[in-house]
Write a protein of this length. Structure first.
Length: 202
C-alpha cells in the first residue's frame, strides 16, 4: 500500500510541475481542469486508507493513515503556497466573464482556496499553519480511533434478566446472548450493538 501511496503522490507532484511549466496563457481548460484532477489518484488512495482505518484499527493501518494524512497536507501546501499556480488561477479568475456559471463557481472555489490555505501568509506563518494542519490531522485520527473504541461491543450492551423480555427472540440468538452474559459474569442475556443482535431484537 505504501508503494501505491508514494506513486500517486509523486504523480501529483509531476502533474503540478507540468502545470507550472505550461507556456500557454492560463485558461479554464489548461489551468483549472489540470488542477482539479492533479491529485485524483492520491485522493482515491487517501479515501481508501480512511475506509480501511475506520474498520481495521491495527497499529500498521494507523501508521499508514498518519503517513498519508501528512502527505495530504504537503500536497495542499505544494498547491496553495505556489506563486506560479496562484498566478495562473488568478488570471482565469480575472477573465471569468467569458466562462459559464458552472465554470465560474469552480474558478472562484479554487481562487478562494488559496486565501483559505494561507497563500498570503509570510514564510514563518506558513510553517506554523502547516504544523497546525498536521497536528489537526493527528487529533482527528485519534478522535476517530477513540470513537471506534467507545463504540465497540463491550461498551454498548443491553443486559436482560427476565424471560418475558426476551420472548419471541430466536433460540440461537438467546443462546449467544446467554454466552456473552456468562462471559461477563452476569445472569440472563446480554445483547450487543452488533448488526445481528440489532436485527434480532428489532
Amino acid at each position: 500500500m505504501l508503494q501505491s501511496i508514494d506513486e500517486s503522490y509523486n504523480q501529483t507532484i509531476q502533474r503540478l510541475e507540468e502545470l507550472r511549466q505550461e507556456a500557454a496563457p492560463p485558461t479554464f481548460d489548461n489551468t483549472i481542469l489540470p488542477l482539479m484532477y492533479a491529485d485524483d489518484s492520491f485522493d482515491l488512495i487517501h479515501s481508501y486508507v480512511h475506509i480501511f482505518s475506520s474498520h481495521l484499527k491495527t497499529p500498521e493501518i494507523l501508521e499508514i493513515e498518519k503517513y498519508v494524512n501528512n502527505l495530504a497536507v504537503e500536497l495542499s501546501d505544494q498547491i496553495h503556497f505556489d506563486a506560479t499556480l496562484y498566478g495562473r488561477v488568478q488570471k482565469v479568475y480575472d477573465d471569468k466573464e467569458n466562462l459559464t456559471p458552472e465554470q465560474v463557481d469552480i474558478v472562484e472555489s479554487f481562487y478562494e482556496s488559496f486565501e483559505e490555505n494561507g497563500f498570503a501568509l509570510p514564510a514563518d506563518k506558513r510553517k506554523q499553519l502547516t504544523a497546525l494542519k498536521k497536528e489537526l490531522a493527528v487529533l482527528q485520527q485519534n478522535f476517530s480511533s477513540n470513537l471506534t473504541e467507545a463504540s465497540s461491543l463491550e461498551n454498548y450492551q443491553i443486559h436482560v434478566a427476565s424471560k418475558w423480555e426476551v420472548a419471541g427472540i430466536p433460540k440461537r440468538s438467546l443462546k449467544d446472548a446467554k454466552a456473552i452474559a456468562k462471559s461477563l459474569g452476569k445472569k440472563g442475556w446480554v445483547f450487543t450493538s452488533s448488526v445481528e443482535d440489532l436485527i434480532t431484537v428489532l
